[in-house]
Design a protein around this ligand. Structure first.
Ligand code: PMT
Length: 402
């Protein structure tokens, strides 16, 4: 999914973060989108229309009554041209006007006239953001179908520390892709995705773990959310940023992952277990650092519960998808896991293959189904593989609900 060939109308209102719209416009164009900008008069105090005209490659509209020959009735032409509208930064003022039907300049008039999906990125002082009137107006916009991207927290231009910062341009663009291309196939479905490698502490310093980066699971969570699912990502430790519209529960150990998944399972319709789960944990976790006094150290390990197996035992009408990281006899072991864990589909990875498995941004998988069918997937990015997995899950869902 990308914004290639999409018409993005960027509405810029008067906040200090307006300067970041130059990066947003430039990145969108590099991705192959067409960009047109509309600015409020106050926005022009923070960044010039000339800058945005050069970056977007299009005239910038500020006034309702300027003579721009390209458009007949300019606000309507712009509103109709847009495939998707991004309001960034959105000040309390433009949010208030949009929520209350005020259209007194080019920006608010175009916003009112468009039927394209709209994403609003509020950015303002923390107290303004927390103001009940602003929050009420934000809720009105949500109720009207606008997507609101929550502002980031941090040090603001006014010196305050708190919520109100415009998120980084790449996160805004990722979120805009959802809004522009929103699919609905999994609307109303509650999806649990697990990601990353669980860790079992030996002592306060060391742990038993594996090489999972969480990339595969995060890509699946992102792909499911893009299809409208209500996604909860149960994540073992990773530095990855939570995908847009995904809820996240952080866990450390296999026991914590089981607890989190079990808690969510009653309400879930689909579970996809991409996590690499520690099968064993130390029988005793040393309270102090284990000293290297002896030549040998013998660890006593006990088996962890198999989370996926236990979900399969009480599966009901849910869809269960497992993964298998194998080094030999990938398909044979994969088929065994489909049967043993009562799965609707399993993604088997031969982690010895170049470009497959842990850490990297690519993977090679084989989809294995309960009837023994195998669909080999060539090398591709984890994002692409995730989208294929979600497409198959949608097929399974549709067959089950015919
Ligand atoms: O995170 P990345 O760096 O992107 O790497 C992706 C990946 C290689 C981790 C991923 O593609 C993958 O293969 N994940 C599953 C790895 C694994 O633990 O396989 P397994 O064969 O040990 O487990 C089979 C299935 O049972 C898995 O869905 C696993 O989540 C689940 N399981 C395993 C053990 C256990 N105690 N509880 C479980 O639920």
């Amino acid at each position: 999914m990308s914004l290639r060939d999409k018409h993005v109308l960027l509405i810029i209102s008067g906040g200090i973060a307006a300067y970041k719209t130059a990066i947003i416009a430039s990145t969108l164009r590099k991705q192959g989108a067409q960009v047109k900008c509309v600015m409020t008069k106050h926005a022009t105090e923070f960044i010039t229309p000339l800058t945005l005209r050069e970056i977007s490659g299009n005239p910038v509209a500020v006034s309702m009554f300027a003579d721009v020959p390209e458009f007949h009735v300019e606000h309507i032409a712009l509103a109709e041209w847009a495939h998707v509208v991004l309001v960034a930064p959105a000040t309390a003022n433009i949010i208030g006007k949009a929520a209350n039907g005020v259209a007194d300049d080019m920006a608010t008039t175009v916003l009112m006239a468009t039927t394209a999906p709209v994403m609003v990125c509020p950015a303002m002082n923390t107290n303004m953001w927390n103001n009940k009137i602003v929050q009420r107006n934000v809720q009105i916009l949500k109720d009207c179908g606008y997507t609101i991207m929550q502002p980031d927290s941090g040090v603001l231009a006014c010196g305050t520390v708190g919520a109100g910062r415009l998120p980084a341009p790449e996160r805004i663009i990722e979120a805009l892709e959802y809004v522009a291309d929103e699919r609905k196939e999994l609307c109303g479905q509650k999806v649990i995705v697990t990601a990353g490698g669980t860790r079992e502490a030996l002592d306060p310093v060391r742990y038993i773990g594996n090489h999972s980066s969480g990339r595969m699971g995060f890509a699946i969570a992102r792909a499911a959310a893009k299809c409208g699912a209500d996604v909860t990502l149960v994540a073992a430790p990773t530095d990855l940023v939570t995908p847009f519209k995904v809820n996240r529960v952080d866990v450390m150990t296999t026991g914590e992952m089981k607890e989190a998944v079990d808690r969510l399972y009653d309400d879930a319709n689909i579970v996809i277990k991409a996590a690499a789960v520690a099968d064993y944990r130390p029988a005793v976790r040393a309270q102090q650092k284990i000293k290297k006094n002896d030549d040998k150290l013998t660890l006593n390990l006990v088996k962890n519960d198999d989370i996926l197996f236990s979900l399969g035992q009480r599966k009901g009408n849910r869809i269960l998808v497992g993964f298998a990281a194998e080094t030999t006899d990938v398909i044979k072991y994969g088929k065994g896991k489909v049967a043993k864990k009562n799965l609707d589909m399993l993604v088997a990875n031969d982690i010895t293959a170049e470009g497959a498995g842990f850490k990297g941004t690519t993977n090679i998988g084989a989809f294995i189904y309960p009837d023994g069918t195998v669909e080999e997937q060539p090398l591709m990015s984890k994002d692409e593989l995730a989208e294929r997995i979600i497409d198959r899950v949608i097929d399974i869902y549709n067959k089950k609900n015919l």
